[in-house]
Design a protein around this ligand. Structure first.
Ligand code: ATP
Length: 242
């Protein structure tokens, strides 16, 4: 079966800084892939290239064999990529349910009216916000805003879901719930790429991970192997600590 998402020799330079350096990898339908690497290694830039927030300097990105690199973000969202952001981006003056509805309206599967509202409520319940539908997002905690972002991303029924450190900042109890939630989303067949620094979550969730270091892919394989790879350990901890 051809991969759902194909990243082919993708490069992104910001002036003289090569944030993503000719990176290639593929993601199969239904896979839950971890994208890891130390701070500044290019992970968020990679997600920005897939979601269309940035255009690659060179290289190809294809979703279901359809080239998407360089298309506008709203078109890529419509084709089927949804994401959450490292620093949450919600519409603060709107309610929880209105935020999630925005995902349904602008996502891969357009939904309006009653079906969209029903889906939004169902997704809010799924992320732990049952009964909070009418609360303005500005009155919610940061963690609850993260939950809303996830519900909004799911509302478009994306072919690929990109999570940018969605588990960051959760306390241990919330982390367990968050890991279970991602596991459930994946078990339902959703294809997910998660950028994450919480290694316990990567171990628990991701069969495979891709590791970036200074813009370059340095490892790609089963998470247990990759996380035991001395080069990966060195890239994370620095030579002095490895
Ligand atoms: N818009 C931009 N303009 C210039 N440089 C940028 C831009 N976005 C990212 N960079 C640089 O590209 C490099 C990769 O950044 P990126 O945010 O992708 O790393 P990251 O792996 O996601 O890091 P973190 O784990 O800290 O989020 C960094 O050196 C960063 O400063």
């Amino acid at each position: 079966m051809p991969p759902l998402l194909r990243i082919d020799n993708v490069r992104k330079a910001f002036g003289g800084l090569v944030a993503v350096n000719d990176v290639s990898f593929e993601v199969a339908e239904g896979e839950l892939l971890g994208l890891i690497g130390s701070n500044g290694s290019g992970k968020t830039t990679m997600l920005n290239l897939i979601s269309g927030a940035l255009s690659p300097t060179s290289g190809k990105i294809a979703l279901n064999d359809r080239p998407i690199a360089g298309l506008a973000a709203h078109r890529i969202a419509r084709i089927g990529v949804a994401r959450t952001f490292q620093l949450v981006r919600v519409l603060p003056s709107m309610t929880a349910v209105e935020n999630v509805l925005a995902g349904a309206v602008f996502g891969h599967k357009r939904l309006w009216g009653e079906p969209a509202e029903a889906l939004a409520r169902e997704l809010l319940a799924k992320v732990g916000l049952r009964g909070r539908e009418a609360v303005p997002v500005s009155a919610m905690t940061y963690i609850d805003q993260k939950r809303i972002e996830l519900a909004r991303a799911l509302a478009g029924d994306p072919q690929v879901l990109l999570l940018d450190e969605w588990l960051a900042g959760l306390n241990p109890t919330e982390l367990t719930i968050g890991i279970d939630l991602i596991r459930e989303i994946s078990a339902q067949g959703r294809t997910v790429i998660m950028v994450e620094h919480v290694m316990d979550a990567i171990r628990a969730l991701c069969g495979r991970c891709v590791v970036m270091s200074s813009g370059t892919k340095i490892a790609d394989g089963p998470s247990a192997d990759v996380l035991a790879d001395p080069e990966v350990i060195r890239a994370y901890l620095g030579d002095d600590d490895a």
